[in-house]
Design a protein around this ligand. Structure first.
Ligand SMILES: [Zn+2]
Length: 167
């Protein structure tokens, strides 16, 4: 899928994101379309926007996009799409693979989204000790992901099906 260039409110280029994510930013009013593919529109239920080539954030964002994304609980939930790493159901908590009580860090690679039930069951153990398998491995967000995390974008929200596929 096409990449869309993201400009800061100051017009400074920040990053590129997938078309899908660019549309999410525009739909959620986080960005405006600066340049669009001529003649192409995206139409869905209550939506009709130009296909963005370049978008610009409405607000100036001060984030080290080109560096590592700062870890946060909310960021882990967004990264994992609010899906429990152990059972795939809706996650509302963040689990530390190596528990904090055992020196586990607040880091992208040591944390996953988890449902409250699995988090409680796992308790003060590693997944191996608890006999739990990870459905997905934790990863460090890319600079483009970091941008979306910093903006608090709710991914997939209200997107037409063809855009809602993972980038
Ligand atoms: Zn679960």
């Amino acid at each position: 899928m096409r990449e869309t260039l993201v400009l800061n409110a100051s017009f400074e280029p920040l990053s590129t994101v997938s078309l899908r994510r660019a549309v999410v930013l525009v739909m959620q009013d986080k960005a405006v379309v600066e340049q669009a593919h001529p003649g192409l529109r995206i139409r869905a239920a209550a939506m009709d926007i130009p296909v963005p080539q370049v978008i610009r954030l409405r607000r100036y964002v001060r984030v080290p996009f080109r560096q590592r994304a700062p870890w946060s609980r909310r960021g882990v939930l967004v990264r994992d799409r609010h899906r429990c790493a152990y059972c795939g159901r809706r996650a509302t908590t963040v689990d530390h693979l190596v528990p904090r009580s055992r020196g586990g860090a607040d880091s992208w690679l040591n944390t996953v989204a988890a449902c409250a039930q699995d988090n409680q069951f796992k308790a003060d153990r590693t997944p191996e000790q608890a006999g739990m398998r990870l459905l997905t491995q934790p990863f460090e967000p890319t600079p483009a992901d970091a941008l979306l995390l910093a903006l608090g974008v709710r991914d997939r929200a209200g997107l037409p099906e063809w855009l809602a596929r993972p980038a």
